[in-house]
Write a protein that binds this ligand. Sequence first.
Ligand code: SF4
Ligand code: SF4
Length: 187
Amino acid sequence: MSDQKENYFIYADPQKCLGCKSCELACGLVHAETDLFTAVLEGYKIRPRNRVVQAENVKVPLQCRQCEDAPCAQVCPSGAIGQRDGMVFLNRDLCIGCKSCAMVCPYGAIRVRSEAQGKGDGRIKRAKALKCDLCVEANGGIDGEACACVKACPTKAIALVDYEDLIQRSMEARAKEIAAVASGREK
Ligand code: SF4
Ligand code: SF4
């Protein structure tokens, strides 16, 4: 049996998220390969691959979870999505913009956006899928400290984690709760 490690993914802590959308802006800018000043001055379209979502009183950024058994990869008819180097990789050159991946993603983490510069030839409209790429293209590989959203978050609510990190965080959170209950009993 092969012993492949699980994928990395972006973890966001709803208890620390302010809903400020700094992560969205940073994601859009890094993938547009520009800075805020230039983007505003030249009217660039910023297309973040994450989105801060509010549900009742909780705000949290959502993006691709880099699923191990990725439904988006299973339905893509052009082979544009697959597992590679600890993540779910999207080859935008192969994407035909059919939206199948967006339909099956349980997190709503894929968007298909037009890339048309003009009106096209009336036959082909260029649209491609977009999803979190863990900033591997910008950084030349997976680097948790260098992910744009991680760097931009003012409260450190976002981190690049692997499955072991996630378990560790969950255990630490439960341990803190248990300690708080125990210290309350002692008073
Ligand atoms: S895009 Fe959606 S379905 Fe595909 S790996 Fe990411 S979270 Fe999973
Ligand atoms: S939109 Fe692109 S990536 Fe998504 S399923 Fe269709 S071809 Fe594949």
